[in-house]
Design a protein around this ligand. Structure first.
Ligand code: 13P
Ligand code: 13P
Ligand code: MG
Ligand code: MG
Length: 383
């Protein structure tokens, strides 16, 4: 049997310099040191980077997905980075490590994780997406463009191994369920679900011809919350490209026309997601707008050849300009919807407190105001 390789991308925010803008080199070095020592024994190869204040560890090995040894290693690397973050008094040091100890798998402990296992093709191009200031449902639209929209992926029309379409695994974040749906036959129903980025998130995409895994996105915190919105997680995703999958340029095309995603300042605002080069993944304006990086690798017997920093290309300048224009427009709305997220999606909110304070001051719509004026005057709220 041909040997399988596993590509694991595990990420967490363990502290920012300054505020929530950047995971500095010192943190990446600390994580890298731990991974370096695990080469040969646990890992075949690794690449550590950051998108904003999130550390992204891209790792290859032969141990399969959800492997305890690999997850423990990633946890150790994030703990090492946390130590440094605490020493430097970085902002939110240890933010995403929700547990004080490791127990079998990083899932449920705070970090995000996107993994896939496959037999490496004669040439295996993969694109790893790393984001900051948004949540996993940010990939719903670009995944649809990549795997179902022939105006974006020409291969859906021209490549015989793609014309049978792709299968989506869709999570219902609120009911804690998942459903598999087939494109192109069920495209309208699929859009009926994944167009609702509050409730549904695409977890995986498979090529229907042979059930090969095509894409996966991190969604750990979504899984955990099951009905209650306790926080977003800046996502990562892996997409395989070429030879029966969308070409690299078709994969990237999903981000050529920036869309609005949830996140940005305090995890409470809609704003554009801006495709950027690694060195520009430092969200500053209003802690944003949301960023996405695309790192292209060729796998060679599990070795990560690359990365090619794909969004560094000039052809994405217009997308960036457009995203900045959209950011400007959204910012002008201040605390008003639709810049501000609906209550149920906000990472935190003062509204319940405000409502509690106002509890006794609310009048029935049809109640005359006059009857209450004396009372209000007495309280000194009015002259
Ligand atoms: P493949 O079918 O080899 O992936 O070629 C498609 C392509 O690269 C077109 O740009
Ligand atoms: P992060 O989720 O990237 O830490 O950002 C939090 C935030 O509040 C930004 O304003
Ligand atoms: Mg942060
Ligand atoms: Mg972040």
């Amino acid at each position: 049997m041909e040997e399988k390789v596993t590509l694991s991308v595990i990420k967490a925010d363990v502290g920012g310099l300054c505020g929530h803008t950047l995971a500095p080199e010192e943190l990446l070095d600390a994580a890298e040191y731990v991974l370096e020592n695990a080469l040969d024994e646990t890992l075949i190869d690794y690449y550590v980077t950051n998108c904003g204040d999130d550390i992204d560890m891209i790792m290859t090995h032969n141990k399969g997905t959800d492997n305890e040894e690999v997850h423990k290693l990633a946890w150790d690397a994030l703990e090492a980075a946390t130590e440094v973050a605490k020493e430097l008094k970085l902002y939110g040091a240890g933010q995403d490590l929700l547990s004080t100890s490791f127990s079998g798998n990083v899932k449920g402990l705070g970090p995000g994780c996107a993994e896939m296992e496959f037999v490496e093709r004669p040439s295996e191009p993969v694109v790893v997406f790393c984001c900051d200031k948004t949540d996993p449902a940010a990939f719903n639209l670009p995944f649809y463009r990549m795997f179902s929209d022939p105006f974006s992926t020409a291969g859906l029309v021209y490549d015989p191994s793609m014309t049978t379409g792709f299968r989506y695994e869709v999570l219902d974040v609120m009911e804690h369920k998942r459903v598999f749906m087939d494109s192109p036959e069920e495209t309208y129903s699929l859009l009926a679900l994944i167009g609702n980025t509050e409730k549904y998130a695409v977890k995986r995409v498979y090529r229907r011809k042979d059930n090969e895994i095509a894409a996966v996105c991190s969604s750990e915190k979504l899984n955990m919350i099951a009905g209650e919105y306790v926080g977003k997680d800046d996502p990562v995703a892996i997409v395989r490209a070429q030879s029966g999958f969308p070409a690299v340029g078709e994969v990237l095309e999903g981000f050529a026309n920036p869309h609005l995603v949830a996140g940005w300042m305090r995890g409470c605002h809609f704003g554009p997601i801006m495709p950027v080069a690694e060195e520009d993944a430092m969200p500053a304006r209003f802690d944003g707008p949301a960023r996405v990086m695309a790192l292209g690798f060729q796998l060679s017997h599990g070795r990560l050849v690359g990365p090619n920093d794909l969004f560094a290309d000039k052809s994405f300048d217009k997308a960036r300009e457009k995203a900045l224009d959209m950011a400007e427009m959204m910012r002008s709305m201040g605390p008003f919807m639709p810049h501000r997220l609906p209550e149920s999606m906000m990472e935190y909110t003062s509204v319940p407190k405000v409502l509690a304070q106002l509890k006794d001051r609310f009048l029935e719509m049809d109640e005359g105001c006059e009857c209450k004026l004396d009372e209000i005057r007495e309280r000194g709220d009015m002259e």
